[in-house]
Design a protein around this ligand. Structure first.
Ligand code: NAD
Ligand code: DAU
Length: 399
């Protein structure tokens, strides 16, 4: 029986992770969720899980020392998985301080409370010892590595080493826009307040490992997409706007490239690192699936238009005519300041060491994601009922 403390599990990836582990391990695990329920945290995303006897929800801040100490004292926590963060780059440009507070100081508090709770004494060399089987996992991002150049205008097939190709069963659609990739050895070079805060969190996590011997891992993942994605991020925002017949804001010329990974594949990678990853190691997780923003937006438009024509019962969700769903909706708007050009994760290490690979082809994952959105409009409406309209006006009104 393992007890997980999962922070930020009312958000996008955390909620998917909790579903994944409960599905996989059932009542052989205990799950404690700590979430502050910011604008990005929604209990509707974990409604069914909250009814389970082995799931406990605590509303609170990862930076609240007394609260986290109490949780660690009252429960024999084995795994801490720290998803909690301010996660949106655009918001970090408007309000950097909050990102430093949550992402850096919140992480440091979680690490410190883990150190206190798991500490058992000193070994013969005077090094700290901890209760066996414990691990702290920091959920990080490819953005800590900075920005890569885009070497090709069109995506090229990806060349892989034989050892990695062996693991990546049956995937023939892997592609790239460049010659260079982020490995775990790539120097950290963040360029936005968000990525700088996540980098600092990684550094303090490693400092707790080196200085106090705390058993930690860090995972650095590329852009996720899938169910329960908050519609401030590109893909769910585009889906929402298309259904409403609104313009689709594409920053700059839409040429920036991201490496898209279906969220369930990310959750599988996290579970593997938690259970089998070598303590003290960093693991990159990515989709081998680079695409430019403009191509992503065009694909989403085409899929929604097709579904609406083939399954007209979905047309009741539209606030526009099916004929309006075309590339004419795209509007190029002022670019994000300091916009990173390209992210491209090389996940060879986790493939080689733990047998992980991105199982879901993008064509499959994006269709699932769009259909999930069409079938969960009450969820979309509930998460955008509060401050969302004001946010949208402020972010896009004069862009
Ligand atoms: P999200 O914004 O959807 O969710 C964040 C969650 O954290 C929310 O439930 C929010 O209420 C909670 N939270 C925020 N501040 C808190 C605080 N002070 N105390 C407790 N809870 C707090 O984020 P996400 O997209 O699910 O990302 C989760 C993690 O994964 C983040 O650490 C992010 O940096 C990282 N990540 C995200 C992606 C991605 O594509 N979304 C990719 C790589 C890494
Ligand atoms: O790479 C991992 C990161 O991916 C995570 O660490 C972050 O938490 C997550 O938010 C995401 O960051 P991005 O900035 O890449 O994601 P976002 O969805 O905001 O933007 C994706 C790309 O689309 C980016 O190049 C900016 C562009 N964009 C975004 C929005 C919201 C637009 O062109 N228009 C938009 O309206």
């Amino acid at each position: 029986m393992k007890t997980y403390l999962v922070t930020g599990a009312a958000g996008f990836i955390g909620s998917n992770f909790v579903k994944y582990i409960l599905d996989k391990y059932g009542d052989n695990i205990e799950v404690i969720i700590l979430d502050a329920l910011t604008y990005a945290g929604n209990l509707a995303s974990i409604k069914n899980e909250l009814e389970l006897p082995n799931v406990t929800f605590i509303r609170g801040d990862v930076g609240d020392r007394e609260l986290v100490q109490r949780i660690m004292r009252d429960n024999d926590v084995d795994y801490i998985v720290n998803f909690a963060a301010e996660s949106h780059v655009d918001r970090s440009i408007t309000n950097p301080r909050l990102f430093l507070e949550t992402n850096i100081l919140g992480t440091q508090n979680m690490l410190d409370c883990a150190r206190d709770a798991w500490f058992t004494g000193k070994d013969a060399q005077g090094h700290n010892t901890y209760a066996p089987g414990k691990k702290y996992l920091q959920i990080s991002t490819d953005e800590v590595y900075g920005s890569l150049a885009k070497d090709f205008d069109e995506p090229q097939p990806l060349e892989l080493g034989d050892d990695v190709r062996e693991v990546i069963e049956g995937r023939t659609d892997l592609k790239t826009y460049g010659r260079h990739f982020f490995t775990e050895e790539t120097p950290l070079a963040p360029r936005s307040p968000y990525s700088a805060s996540k980098t600092s969190a990684d550094l303090i996590t490693m400092a707790y490992h080196e200085t106090y011997g705390l058993p930690v891992n860090i995972t650095r993942c590329s852009n996720n997409y899938g169910p329960y994605h908050f519609p401030e991020k590109l893909i769910p925002l585009i889906i929402k706007n298309i259904l409403e017949g609104k313009k689709l804001p594409v920053y700059g010329k839409g040429e920036n490239v991201r490496d898209w990974l279906y969220v369930e594949d990310h959750c599988k990678g996290i579970d593997l690192v938690l259970r089998q990853g070598t303590v003290g190691e960093v693991y990159n997780i990515g989709g081998f699936n680079e695409e430019s923003n403009i191509n992503i937006v065009k694909q989403v438009i085409a899929i929604i238009a097709r579904i609406m024509r083939e399954e007209p019962e979905y047309q009741q969700l539209l606030k526009c005519s099916v004929d309006d769903i075309n590339d004419g909706l795209i509007e190029f708007v002022t670019d994000r300041p300091g916009h990173d050009m390209r992210y491209a994760i090389d996940p060879s290490k986790i493939a080689r060491e733990l047998g992980w690979y991105p199982e879901t082809p993008f064509t499959v994952g994006i269709e699932k994601t769009i259909r999930w959105n069409l079938d969960h409009q009450p969820w979309v409406n509930s998460v955008t009922s509060g401050d969302y309209q004001r946010y949208y006006e402020e972010m896009y009104g004069n862009r």
